[in-house]
Design a binder for this molecule. Structure first.
Ligand SMILES: NC(=O)c1ccc[n+]([C@@H]2O[C@H](COP(=O)([O-])OP(=O)(O)OC[C@H]3O[C@@H](n4cnc5c(N)ncnc54)[C@H](OP(=O)(O)O)[C@@H]3O)[C@@H](O)[C@H]2O)c1
Length: 331
């Protein structure tokens, strides 16, 4: 039996229950891992409440797609018991979930964890950096380009700042509150726009000499895209990868007189479920980790017993970076 977080109905954080369930044996292509740390993601709060892009197919449902741990049993080539690994989001939470002391995961979603990366960092770096790499670098961001990053204090936003700097691009970050401005500058933002105090479009156009940004990387969506689309440089892309606003999102091209504007949605699964793209992404992120320029941005660490509180904290939106559940010493 293993302690596993499940939910038996849709709802707020309080529907999360710690159940004792048999974990079973890994099938072909699967691994059983001892989970040492879990990285929490907005997607899990959305899945739990029935608002994710993938609906919950059955109850009780598992949860969680990002973790670090050690292989206990391997039924897949390339993995041996005792190896330190990270689980990256490359599967549906209807099939697997890592909010547990031990979990079965598909080997296709598992990467070897370098010695320099401990369990907490190993549960904190992959979703943010794979998302930022897949969207920005594979999306064509080049040295000298400008990228506007909204909700930049999120774990993906912070990773996007570092990825942009890594390729020689110029990251302009946005946050709703002055309180997070210093942290964003420290993370490497060239400029920070506090959206409660300043309009984004005039400032970005001023900073780019009227050209605009080659990529706008937006996690908020909703009506705000009308303003964001105004700052996309001709031929550039408005890349929508989250819906933090929770509001319907208009297509902005007609309002602007049909400019050379691409609007594109992106999920990290594009990158992680394609073995060749995942191989390139892991190589890029690993090189940044080795060089020490891609850091884990950990905001707060909870225990598995406090999973309800951890989800409440995630949804309150005060964090700068990642929220982690640390299981070491508890199982
Ligand atoms: N497409 C993908 O594959 C993919 C992968 C990972 C994450 N995501 C999405 O990326 C976003 C960030 O995820 P995360 O887990 O890194 O971080 P997160 O914890 O969801 O991000 C929290 C930050 O977002 C900002 N925020 C929250 N609600 C907002 C709102 N209504 N309007 C504007 N900003 C808001 C806040 O920053 P300020 O207070 O500084 O404004 C907050 O600190 C989420 O939307 C998530 O679903 C997408």
């Amino acid at each position: 039996m293993t302690r596993t977080v499940r939910f038996h109905e849709l709802g707020g954080p309080e529907v999360l229950k710690l159940d004792d369930v048999p974990v079973g044996e890994p099938g072909p292509g699967e691994l059983l891992i001892q989970v040492e740390a879990i990285g929490l993601n907005r997607a899990e709060a959305l899945f739990r409440s029935g608002n994710y892009i993938v609906p919950v197919e059955r109850f009780p449902s598992l949860l969680g797609a990002e973790a670090a741990g050690v292989v206990l049993t391997s039924n897949a080539p390339g993995f041996e018991p005792g190896q330190a690994v990270s689980v990256v989001p490359a599967f549906s939470m209807n099939d697997y979930g890592v909010y547990a002391e031990r979990a079965i995961v598909p080997a296709s979603a598992v990467v070897h964890r370098p010695e320099s990366v401990d369990a907490v960092a190993g549960a904190a770096v992959w979703m943010p950096y794979l998302t930022a790499y897949g969207a920005l670098v594979e999306g064509g961001l080049r040295a000298g380009d400008t990228v506007v990053i909204t909700a930049a204090s999120s774990s993906v936003g912070l990773a996007a700042i570092r990825v942009a700097n890594r390729v020689g691009a110029i990251p302009i970050a946005t946050t709703r509150t002055e309180a997070k401005k210093a942290a964003l500058l420290k993370a490497g933002a060239a400029e920070v726009i506090v959206t409660s105090a300043e309009e984004v479009a005039p400032r970005v156009l001023e900073l780019t000499g009227g050209r605009g940004a080659e990529i706008v990387f937006d996690a908020v969506a909703g009506p705000g895209v009308l303003e964001l689309a105004r700052v996309v440089a001709p031929g550039g892309t408005l890349l929508l990868y989250g819906l933090l606003s929770g509001l319907p999102t208009p297509y902005p091209g007609f309002e602007l007189g049909m400019p050379a504007l691409s609007v594109r949605t992106y999920t990290v699964h594009e990158t992680t479920t394609d073995p060749e793209r995942l191989r390139r992404a892991v190589a890029f992120v690993s090189s940044g980790l080795r060089d020490g320029v891609f850091e884990a941005a950990v905001d707060r660490v909870f225990s598995l017993d406090d999973i309800v509180e951890a989800h409440r904290y995630l949804e309150a939106g005060q964090q700068v970076g990642k929220i982690i559940v640390d299981l070491r010493g508890t199982s």
